[in-house]
Design a protein around this ligand. Structure first.
Ligand SMILES: *Cc1c(COP(=O)(O)O)cnc(C)c1O
Length: 493
């Protein structure tokens, strides 16, 4: 275990900074309380709750006080539709500064030719990417064919032609139950409705991505967009292979690295595992393993830069300038050498967590992990994901239930629990602590039994956690949490 906690690097002055942040938050809460004391109170309580729970939600993290404080300023008051230096509102010179900085840090950090910092979230970033690809592949050639400079010049009949073209594009993405995201073509999501979609899954035996199967599907379906990336797949992806497949069928490769951007930024995923050089467009959130403010980011090859740059007005309105400022701060943090230590710790800790389950007889989807995610199959404890999630929460362990491939319990009850290491690694948890976390989780699950339904079958929802287990586990978690305080030195009066 590394003794460097990147959330609290032992730099000189860290203590003074924590004191300053405490003063800042005390003052801020006092101002908030003067208007709506219940919001101030909930804000205080949220800190206490986050400090007291063992957070294993794979998509969450703890941003630094610098990032958090950057979000609470008057940049929020400014409209800045348009792009840097080309705004539809007056007085955007300071927004230009922070948006340029966010984009510059993103380009340098990820080695991308172009970066767009405006998307408000991961879903926004994906919508910008989809419509940029459609602009590039469909709109521009159609306009050329019709002899029009832009859509305003189209007749109603030509516009109908273009709309028909937009509506008949194909997207191939990873299925939700194999670990893909809603926005990768899931039917209830806009991505599953605006595109003809098909999905690729994982090998039913191994749970691993099978590139030959993806290639076979791509050859048959001929998608315009091939989407790679995931929210619940515990393994690395070979993006060079995904690009080869895209090239073979003439598709644009879009990689959604929302979950694992921190591992790319921290140079844990390099070579073929780094999507940025291989994807035409890479999207991400900034608040998951990247540890920034809630938001999105689009990276692109030069070829797509002008299309992505039209994110506003194509998809977006005014950017969240205060969040773009916080993205600049977070990306500056991620460019520090200490972030690479953090990212490696995330991966090492996930391995320790996985080992911790395997040595105690747990069953893992794909048999292990080589990223930040561990997918525990809880059927070996005789439980559904829903029961496991709830019993763990009773014992102060925060996780989320998740489908496993070909899930026998469906998408609501599920058979798995998804666990991630980014948040607790920020607190400074190391391998020994993650092994202990596995022990505590196994203790909860092996002391949980499904209740019986009226018909005498095991319930999928209700359960009984044996007496005393929750308290025992909470006490042991508290020891770990006290050893690794969240926001050390930050004290509210
Ligand atoms: C989390 C996630 C998103 C969505 O991000 P939001 O900010 O919640 O909109 C998109 N894609 C993937 C792969 C994700 O994991």
């Amino acid at each position: 275990m590394s003794d460097v906690n990147p959330a609290n690097p032992p730099a000189s002055g860290a203590e003074t900074l924590a004191k300053t942040a405490s003063t800042a938050y005390d003052a801020a809460l006092e101002v908030i309380a003067s208007v709506e004391p219940r919001v101030a109170e909930a804000t205080r309580k949220e800190l206490a709750d986050q400090r007291a729970s063992l957070k294993l939600i794979a998509s969450e993290n703890y941003a630094s006080p610098a990032v958090l404080l950057t979000m609470g300023t008057w940049f929020s008051d400014k409209y800045a539709e348009g792009t840097v230096g080309h705004r539809f509102y007056a007085g955007c010179q300071n927004v230009d500064t922070v948006e340029s900085l966010a984009a510059e840090h993103a380009r340098e950090l990820f080695g991308a030719p172009y970066a767009y910092a405006q998307p408000h979230s991961g879903i926004d970033a994906n919508l910008v990417a989809f419509w940029s690809i459609l602009a590039h592949r469909v709109e521009t050639p159609t306009l050329e064919r019709l002899g029009a400079k832009n859509v305003n010049e189209l007749s109603e009949a030509d516009w109908e032609t273009l709309r028909h073209e937009f509506g008949n594009q194909r997207l191939l993405g990873m299925s939700l139950d194999a670990g893909g995201h809603l926005t990768h073509g899931f039917r209830p999501n806009i991505s599953g409705k605006m595109f003809h979609q098909q999905q690729y899954g994982t090998d039913p035996e191994t749970g691993l991505l099978d590139y030959d199967l993806v290639a076979a599907k791509a050859r048959e379906f001929k998608p315009a967009i091939l989407v790679a990336g995931y929210s619940a797949y515990p393994r690395r992806v070979n993006f060079a292979k995904m690009r080869e497949i895209a090239d073979e069928v003439g598709a644009t490769l879009m990689v959604d690295m929302a979950h694992f951007a921190g591992l790319v930024a921290g140079k844990v995923f390099t070579g073929d595992e780094n999507p940025v050089p291989f994807a035409h467009i890479t999207t991400t959130t900034t608040h998951k393993s990247l540890r920034g403010p809630r938001g999105g980011l689009v990276l692109a090859q030069e070829e797509f830069a002008a299309d992505v740059d039209r994110g506003c007005p194509m998809v977006l309105g005014g950017p969240l300038s205060h969040v773009m400022a916080a993205k600049a701060v977070a990306l500056a943090e991620a460019r520090q050498p200490s972030f690479q230590v953090y990212a490696q710790d995330i991966a090492d800790n996930a391995k320790a967590l996985a080992e911790g389950f395997l040595t105690r007889g747990g069953k893992l989807v794909t048999g292990g992990t080589d990223n930040h995610i561990v997918l525990l199959d809880v059927t070996s404890f005789g439980l559904t994901g829903r029961q496991a999630e709830s019993a763990l929460l009773d014992a102060g362990v925060v996780t989320n239930r998740n489908s496993v491939p070909q899930d026998p319990n469906g998408a609501w009850y599920t058979s798995g629990v998804r666990l991630g290491t980014p948040a607790l690694t920020t607190r400074g948890f190391g391998r020994d602590e993650f092994d202990k976390v596995a022990e505590l989780i196994v203790e909860v699950l092996s002391n949980t039994t499904p209740n019986s339904t009226k018909a005498g079958a095991p319930s999928k929802a209700t359960y009984t956690l044996a007496d005393g287990v929750a308290d025992r586990v909470k006490a042991q978690s508290a020891e770990l949490l006290d050893k690794h305080p969240l926001y050390p030195g930050l004290e509210l009066s």
